[in-house]
Design a binder for this molecule. Structure first.
Ligand code: ASP
Ligand code: MG
Length: 421
């Protein structure tokens, strides 16, 4: 049994969905396959815009219209006859989103609303793909990820409840895979009460790894618009090179530093069961791509990684005071309680600077919890550059002409917090 994951770029229009069918048809007839799909194209961003409009009590209609038209175009490309039954289903599905897209009353939890509303992208995508597969004669069963991926209710970052999920997967997914394709959504799950939750942006890879782990799959393949895992993002570094082989540890480290080709949480569930991960191009499916497993290969290729959406918070004590370890402990406790993720720490006599994944809505709470003893300054719209195995000349080249807010170097690692224009 194998698990395949198709992300937004591989489902961005009608021809792309048709290409997925071509890839599946190349599989041997008896191959058991579980498919995980993300929202189509950039739908998740558009759903975030809908949510933000509802939160700010603005009109979400322009964003809703954009989402409707984007999907409707794909549906027309896949189901040319406008009388096909799926059109009615699509209207009903979209109506569910429209009903949700209302001004959000005061005092509600933003992150909880996020999970309710933004999870719709994967539902749309999987329903469209499922109906198209069936129309094409691929035996396929739609599986609701909210019924198999059990999480706690940490909204937007649900923690997987492994035992519950294992039981659900065994009862619901395994029987389907005996004689059909199983098709489910990445990124989404549900808490014990059945409320939808999400696993963090780009979390579909993680869902696929969870399923590969729980199904004891022989491999997981993530189909991408790049040839595999490269030593840099080819959009920013055109001469980027492909890794044929990477160890779990190396791949996990690269994704942590921002190599967006795989979600950081993807590796651990696979490594635990020694399940190989293939990262392959959906445009050139016969090319080998990258294999990630427990093989150790010595490499000297420099890796360049950028992590976007960062903020830098400088937390300072009064003049003539030094920042003490006890105070650092207090600061980190607050940061942890607010669910903020630290990417880089830099301490001086009176201040500590933390580079964190940007969560501007949590800043007010941070200020309040830190209290009057600490002075906070925040810089937003930043990115974190990490270079592994690089020379200082490379670091210089990549930071030239850019404002560097914090910089550090240790062993084979160079990191810099940079302002985006
Ligand atoms: N659709 C979600 C996102 O864009 C999850 C994913 O693509 O993996 O973040
Ligand atoms: Mg995606």
């Amino acid at each position: 049994m194998k698990v395949y994951k198709f992300g937004g770029a591989s489902l961005k229009d009608g021809p792309s969905v048709k290409n997925v069918v071509r890839i599946l048809r190349k599989e041997p007839v008896h191959q058991a396959l579980c498919l995980v799909v993300s929202a189509m194209g950039k739908t998740t961003n558009a759903l975030e815009a809908v949510l933000n409009a509802c939160w700010q009590k603005e009109d979400p209609e322009p964003f809703l219209l954009q989402i409707y038209e984007f999907h409707h175009k794909i549906i027309k490309e896949l189901f040319p006859n406008s009388k096909e039954a799926f059109y009615a289903e699509w209207e009903a599905l979209f109506e569910d989103l429209r009903q949700m897209a209302q001004p959000i009353p005061e005092g509600q939890n933003y992150d909880r609303w996020y999970d309710r509303l933004v999870s719709m992208g994967e539902i749309f995508s999987s329903r469209i793909v499922h109906n198209y597969f069936r129309r094409e004669g691929l035996p396929c069963e739609w599986i609701d990820a909210r019924q198999i991926i059990a999480t706690d209710n940490r909204w937007r970052e649900g923690t997987v409840q492994w035992e519950q999920s294992a039981a659900k997967v065994k009862n619901l997914v395994l029987p389907i895979l005996q004689n059909q394709l199983g098709l489910t959504q990445g990124f989404i799950g549900a808490d014990a009460e059945g409320n939808p939750t999400t696993l963090g942006r780009e979390g579909s890879d993680y869902t696929a790894a969870i399923l590969a782990h729980l199904l004891d799959a022989q491999s997981l393949t993530i189909w991408k618009d790049v040839p595999g895992v490269l030593n840099a993002d080819p959009k920013r570094v055109p001469e980027a090179q492909l890794f044929a082989q990477l160890s779990y540890a190396e791949a996990a480290e690269m994704s942590h530093y921002g190599a967006s080709v795989i979600h950081p949480k993807t590796i651990a569930p696979l490594a635990k069961k020694n399940i190989p991960l293939f990262v392959k191009s959906f445009l050139f499916p016969s090319q080998p791509g990258t294999c990630v497993d427990n093989t150790q290969v010595r490499k000297f290729l420099p890796c360049i990684m950028y992590k976007g959406r960062q903020m830098l918070i400088k937390i300072e004590v009064e003049t003539m005071q030094f920042l003490k370890e006890e105070e650092l402990a207090v600061i980190f406790k607050i940061v942890g309680r607010l669910g903020l993720h630290t990417q880089l720490v830099h301490k001086t006599a009176r201040a500590v600077s933390l580079c964190l994944d940007a969560r501007p809505l949590r800043l007010a709470a941070l200020r309040k919890m830190a209290g009057p003893d600490f002075n906070l300054t925040v810089a937003e719209n930043l990115e974190l550059l990490t270079i592994k195995n690089g020379t200082s000349i490379l670091a210089q080249q990549l930071t030239e002409g850019r404002e560097v807010l914090v910089e550090c170097r240790q062993d084979k690692l160079y990191q810099a917090v940079l302002r985006c224009d």
